[in-house]
Design a protein around this ligand. Structure first.
Ligand code: NAD
Length: 283
């Protein structure tokens, strides 16, 4: 996969990917789906920032934007050094209230801008919602706009009818599900890919190959899976609320999988979703 240029910044944990709008997004972020809207999310974010993460991925539907905002406000790291992503939920897209939903999200987060705003799923009304995102960008309420779970037919609408190229498409991606068509379409348009569920929602532990490969590098199965994503130029947002695992998931910039190991992991692909399929969902 060719994709936006990678850069090594000051510390490797802050390695960034240059987006098509020129902004650099940290390639590693912390996902906070299912992290409690209180001390659980706050602790996870503080541990992540201490471990070097500079990117947090939330969504209005995760119902924890208040805790995410509080964690960022009370962190030792300045707001402008943290990449914050949130997403507009499907009901708001359908109801044509993306602009209002963004204002509500900003109020919950207690910030006056987010770094990246995504449409969560390609539900009816996504074209009008995209226009609202373009207006939010012009108004300085977001630094970048993008999509999530958009497959080629929906991406084509956005690219043909919109004025601004989406910076990112966030899709399910891991060794069992590569979604090659969506990825090559995004590559062609220089749209970066963020992997959701990069750790297969924990199911990577059932695959013996990751431990076998990890043994050759002194790395854990989780680190092998995440490293494979990185070497594919994919942005990753693994979720954990466990301090040790949060740190473990960040220690992936000091080794490189061989080509043979990359290929062995590529061969695991079997089109298996652990989350909903963007071509067949009902929410
Ligand atoms: P994930 O693949 O990140 O897996 C998370 C689970 O893996 C954890 O609950 C934990 O049980 C386990 N885990 C994490 N680190 C581990 C380690 N080092 N060792 C052993 N087990 C470990 O799953 P996810 O939460 O579904 O996805 C990550 C993030 O992606 C979410 O938190 C969310 O921010 C985002 N997401 C987005 C969408 C979307 O539609 N855009 C959908 C799902 C998730």
């Amino acid at each position: 996969m060719k994709n936006p240029t990678s850069h090594n910044d000051v510390t490797s944990c802050m390695k960034t990917i240059k987006l098509n709008n020129g902004l650099k997004i940290p390639q590693l972020g912390l996902g906070v789906w299912q992290s409690g809207n209180g001390q659980e999310a706050i602790d996870a974010i503080h541990w992540a920032l201490a471990a070097g993460y500079r990117h947090i991925d939330t969504a209005s539907i995760y119902k924890n934007e208040e805790a995410v905002g509080e964690a960022i406000r009370t962190a030792d790291v300045p707001r402008e050094d943290i990449w914050l992503t949130t997403k507009i939920w499907n009901d708001d897209i359908r109801a044509g209230r993306t602009t209002e939903a963004l204002e509500e999200a900003l109020a919950r987060l207690g910030t006056d801008y987010v770094d990246l705003l995504l449409l969560h799923w390609p539900v009816d009304g996504y074209m009008a919602a995209w226009m609202a995102l373009e207006q939010a960008l012009a108004a300085g309420k977001v630094r970048a706009i993008g999509l999530s779970n958009f497959m080629e037919e929906h991406l084509t609408d956005i690219i043909e009818q919109g004025e601004i190229l989406p910076a990112v498409n966030q899709i399910e991606f891991h060794p069992y599900l590569v979604q090659a068509d969506a990825i090559s379409y995004c590559d062609m348009h220089n749209i970066a890919i963020t992997a959701w569920s990069p750790l297969m929602q924990g199911n990577f532990l059932k695959e013996p190959l990751f431990a076998e490969i990890g043994a050759a590098y002194g790395k854990t199965p989780a680190q092998v899976v995440l490293r494979w994503c990185l070497q594919n130029d994919i942005i990753i947002i693994p979720k954990s609320t466990n301090q040790g695992r949060i740190k473990e998931n960040s220690e992936i910039f000091d080794f490189e999988l061989s080509e043979d190991h990359m290929i062995a992991i590529d061969e695991l692909e079997k089109g298996e979703h652990f989350g909903p399929d963007p071509n067949d969902f009902d929410f």
